[in-house]
Write a protein that binds this ligand. Structure first.
Ligand SMILES: Cc1cc2nc3c(=O)[nH]c(=O)nc-3n(C[C@H](O)[C@H](O)[C@H](O)COP(=O)(O)OP(=O)(O)OC[C@H]3O[C@@H](n4cnc5c(N)ncnc54)[C@H](O)[C@@H]3O)c2cc1C
Length: 469
């Protein structure tokens, strides 16, 4: 690593495109990430407790035995957890800035499995405790009720199956997303009607209004995320000004703001991009911004050809209308980082590029090390510019290219990024070092594991996973 510059202004805005405003989430907030997960779990426990306490308050009837009350409780908690799922996917920017979208969606997925399990157990336990409850599912007893409850059970199962086996089922991400939201809203609606009609614990009108209000708020969040937010994007158009090929079957798309000041973001963050369509649309994809945060009215994203959408990026014509939702994510430099270590693989270089370009444009001399894994020289996106940055020394950069298939005469690192390579190349750790990892899943798993084995706390390891589905 090159020598550390001690004269760096620690209070400078670093890679933000604007100084932090009072009240915004500062970089240090990202550091509390493990704590944030604990808080999320505490919130869920609190929710479950509050739900059960609410049911018990003012309830005049005696208990019906442990199993029945337990089964009913599971149903209530499962329903509330399901409703809360809408908040996790509401794309709150502050939340994604605090914990990162991948962590948030992982948590959403886990909680989804729990609520599915609780609701199934609710049915199973009640029927096994008192077999007469099976009448709820019996078409001969009450057709609308049985139809509604079977619909919930089938819809829940459909959500579970399509989430786990989406790719095997050949379901496109867009259709999965639409059906996921529609089924979840349907389940919530039927669940509410079921709770109100059974009415055992919520006979009081105020309780009924609370359940209706809570459910309406959850569905309202869905409408806000999928309709209101996208409609608001319409007034902030962008135009594609350039599409240029990059090595590694990638394309850099340049976007210019049309009649607005552009996007304020922190280097390393990502956007949801809509190309050639007007929101609301299901066709929007997340991409890290690769350009410098010093410029707000021109954005660049660098996109690798992968599936149906990205493999047609090269056909996008200059002049195409675009819409940008964001910025999101917490793959950004913390205020107190004195040295940054990046480990990137393939197209995972994009957020790192934005950070390095921003440090350069702002003249911030943060010492940086970049271990960059690439399949071959032909796939080496941005390698030329990175070598120039290293030569110019602004920011002080040590570049470690790692080629799986090295070019002839190459004397540097070869193969994949391994723990041995990391041991050789990582600088001595100290509390001022921030680690940033972005690339293929196996590489990220390996690097994260290695860093943790070295005793580096999670709060100093930032990851951006491109596979969130
Ligand atoms: C935070 C983040 C930043 C990213 N940054 C970049 C980047 O800078 N450059 C780059 O090339 N790629 C980036 N990606 C990956 C990029 O979003 C996917 O490659 C792209 O959406 C694939 O779309 P497709 O239709 O071509 O491929 P498909 O074959 O349809 O999908 C391939 C996989 O991409 C994911 N995916 C597809 N559509 C979506 C969607 N609408 N929303 C979320 N995930 C989806 C799914 O996991 C899917 O299995 C990023 C992803 C995330 C989550």
């Amino acid at each position: 690593m090159k020598p550390e510059h001690s004269d760096r202004d620690r209070r400078s805005p670093r890679t933000r495109s604007r100084p932090a405003e009072a009240g915004t989430v500062g970089n240090s907030a990202a550091r509390s990430f493990p704590g944030t997960l604990l808080v999320s779990k505490a919130i869920y426990l609190g929710l479950a407790g509050a739900t059960l306490a609410l049911a018990a308050v003012g309830h005049p009837h005696p208990g019906r035995g442990f199993l029945v009350e337990f089964g009913v409780g599971l149903g209530f908690v499962g329903f509330v957890m399901l409703a809360f799922q809408f908040a996790l996917t509401a794309k709150f920017r502050w939340l994604s800035r605090l914990v990162g979208l991948d962590v948030l969606l992982h948590f959403h997925r886990q909680m989804g499995f729990f609520s599915y399990g609780f609701i199934l157990l609710h049915v199973g336990i009640l029927i096994s405790a008192q077999p007469e409850y099976a009448a709820y599912l019996d078409f001969r007893v009450d057709v609308p009720r049985a139809l509604a409850l079977w619909t919930v059970l089938l819809a829940l199962t459909a959500i579970l199956v399509t989430t786990i086996w989406r790719e095997d089922l050949g379901l496109s991400y867009e259709w999965w997303r639409i059906s996921h939201a529609a089924l979840a809203a349907l389940i919530l609606f039927i669940g509410l009607v079921h709770i109100l009609r059974v009415g055992w614990y919520i006979a009081d009108p105020w309780k009924q209004w609370l359940w209706v209000g809570g459910t309406a708020a959850a569905v309202g969040l869905l409408v806000y995320t999928r309709l209101v937010k996208p409609l608001r994007l319409r007034s902030r158009r962008w135009r594609v000004s350039k599409v240029r090929p990059e090595p590694g079957r990638s394309w850099t798309v340049t976007l210019e703001a049309v009649d607005h000041r552009g996007l304020t973001f922190e280097a390393g963050q990502f956007i949801w991009l809509i190309l050639g369509r007007t929101p609301p649309t299901a066709i929007q994809h997340p991409f890290s911004i690769s350009s410098s945060a010093a410029q707000e009215d021109v954005l660049e994203v660098t996109i690798k050809e992968l599936g149906d959408h990205t493999s047609r990026i090269g056909e996008v014509k200059p002049g195409t209308v675009a819409f940008v939702e964001g910025p999101y994510g917490n793959f950004v430099l913390d205020d107190d980082v004195k040295e940054a270590v990046f480990v990137a693989g393939g197209v995972g270089i994009t957020p790192v590029m934005s950070i390095l370009r921003t440090l350069r444009d702002r003249g911030l001399p943060l010492p940086t090390l970049l271990i960059y894994g690439m399949p071959s020289l032909e796939d080496a996106t941005f390698l030329g510019e990175l070598e120039e940055l290293e030569e110019e020394g602004s920011p002080p950069l040590t570049l470690v290219p790692v080629f799986e298939a090295p070019p002839q005469g190459w004397t540097g690192e070869t193969g994949r990024i391994t723990p041995k390579l990391l041991e050789r190349r990582l600088p001595p750790d100290h509390p001022g070092v921030g680690y940033y990892v972005c690339g293929p899943e196996p590489m990220m798993d390996l690097v994260e594991k290695h860093l943790q084995e070295q005793g580096i706390p999670l709060s100093r390891i930032h990851s951006e996973r491109f596979n969130i589905a």
